[in-house]
Design a protein around this ligand. Structure first.
Ligand SMILES: Cc1cc2nc3c(=O)[nH]c(=O)nc-3n(C[C@H](O)[C@H](O)[C@H](O)COP(=O)(O)OP(=O)(O)OC[C@H]3O[C@@H](n4cnc5c(N)ncnc54)[C@H](O)[C@@H]3O)c2cc1C
Length: 395
């Protein structure tokens, strides 16, 4: 009965192209609107989890993505003295499970290619300002003054700073974190572990991480992403200082950063990442659904954003395939509730332990993670959390 729904998807990040592809393959007519004038991935590297890889398999692009990623077998966190804080290994969950460190353009390239092959109409440079429901159909208003109507379903996947979330009357919390990070991606040059996400913490104000990031789309040398925790209010002041002073602060936490820092000659190579925190308990309304960060932005402490966005897309497509539209959207919110609520809560709770002014949390962190390191069930649950598998009972 839903053959040939007209569907508009807003945003070409992770959730948007994945949802557009899966819905178009079901025989619906999907148009994706993206405000960027062309494919423009932001950020450096990220960690794809087994949960996200499951969706890439469904999309048929897992092999291509695997070929450019770095197999990450372990999350290893130590303090400045080199003592273990956290050590989680995917192998604890079974053979063959791993994370995949990826350069963002690699994933985006394959998502866009498979979406276009599926026949989705993609319109670049189309910034949506508002959407209105008239006679059971959606009408979209764009920044260039144009209006397009006749959509049965509106899929808002317009990211953490979604304009649609507020315009469509979704209730919930929407706040930013005071802490973010400086990011840089460079050549590994044999200096960093290629199978780890490795972090060094010093109190709660200093966190330095290295993520094996695979290669660029056309191959080349192995890459590594460096991230360095900062208080966002200090960003301008830090950037006003000489680059060398910033490098000295990082080297004070770990001299291992030297080969990467040597590749930075200008502040323009360093990105500032900000994190949103969006919470709600229902991600749909009449003929509309919020996917990805638009509905549940969170701090990347658990590295789940892309994975949850992909899982959202898969769940939505499955619900739409099996039920009449409104019942499908009801079921979507019900099915996503456990994973989305859990990961948002866990990210919120965990973030101050690693990024905050609450130095008094440092000894508590040592005790808590010390205990979980030695308690197999607790360690296994934390590893399942890291792998993105809590609440993701794929049907
Ligand atoms: C520093 C950092 C590190 C991270 N690390 C990880 C990690 O290791 N693993 C992980 O899984 N996740 C990670 N994340 C989170 C991840 O990046 C996001 O959760 C993910 O990108 C969300 O995908 P999305 O499709 O919901 O939104 P986005 O990727 O933000 O895409 C939204 C798209 O919508 C478009 N858009 C916005 N407004 C409009 C409009 N009005 N009209 C038209 N188009 C619009 C945007 O241009 C954009 O292309 C990290 C995030 C940060 C900041």
């Amino acid at each position: 009965m839903k053959e040939g729904l007209r569907i508009s998807v807003i945003g070409c990040g992770s959730a948007g192209p994945a949802a557009a592809t899966l819905l178009q393959r079901q025989g619906h007519r999907v148009t994706l609107f993206e405000r960027a004038p062309a494919c423009r991935p932001v950020g450096a590297g990220f960690l794809l989890q087994p949960s996200g890889m499951g969706v890439l398999k469904e999309l048929g692009i897992l092999e291509q993505v695997l070929a450019r990623g770095a197999r990450v077998e372990r999350l290893h966190v130590v303090d400045r003295e080199g003592d273990d804080v956290l050590d989680l290994r995917y192998s604890e969950l079974g053979e063959g499970l791993f994370g995949l460190g990826l350069h963002r353009p690699v994933l985006l390239h394959h998502l866009i290619r498979t979406m276009e092959e599926a026949g989705v109409e993609t319109q670049w440079g189309r910034e949506i300002l508002d959407a209105r429901r008239e006679g059971g159909k959606w009408e979209l208003r764009f920044a260039d003054g144009t209006v397009e109507g006749g959509f049965d379903l509106l899929v808002a996947a317009d990211g953490a700073r979604s304009v649609l979330r507020g315009k469509l009357g979704f209730r919930g919390t929407d706040r930013g974190y005071p802490w973010g990070a400086h990011w840089f991606i460079g050549g590994n040059r044999g200096a960093f572990p290629e199978r780890e996400l490795f972090q060094i913490v010093h109190g709660t104000r200093r966190l330095l991480g290295f993520l094996a990031t695979g290669t660029e789309l056309d191959g080349g040398e192995p890459l590594v992403s460096l991230f360095w925790s900062i208080k966002l209010a200090d960003d301008a002041a830090i950037r006003a200082r000489p680059l060398e002073a910033w490098k000295r602060d990082i080297l004070d936490v770990s001299p291992r950063a030297q080969p990467l820092l040597d590749q930075i000659t200008d502040w323009s190579q360093v990105l500032t990442a900000r994190y949103g925190d969006v919470g709600m308990s229902r991600w749909h309304g009449e003929g509309v659904v919020l996917l990805g960060d638009a509905g549940h932005a969170m701090s990347p402490q658990l590295g789940q954003g892309v994975n949850l966005a992909l899982a959202d897309a898969s769940c939505l497509a499955r619900c739409v395939a099996e039920l009449p539209l409104q019942a499908a959207l009801d079921r979507y919110s019900r099915e996503r509730k456990l994973a989305l609520s859990y990961y948002r809560l866990a990210s919120r709770q965990l973030t101050p332990w690693f990024q905050s002014d609450h130095e008094w949390l440092t000894p508590l962190r040592s005790v808590f993670f010390g205990l979980t390191r030695h308690l197999a069930p607790a360690r296994k649950f934390m590893t399942r959390t890291m792998a993105g598998l809590v609440g993701e009972g794929r049907k």
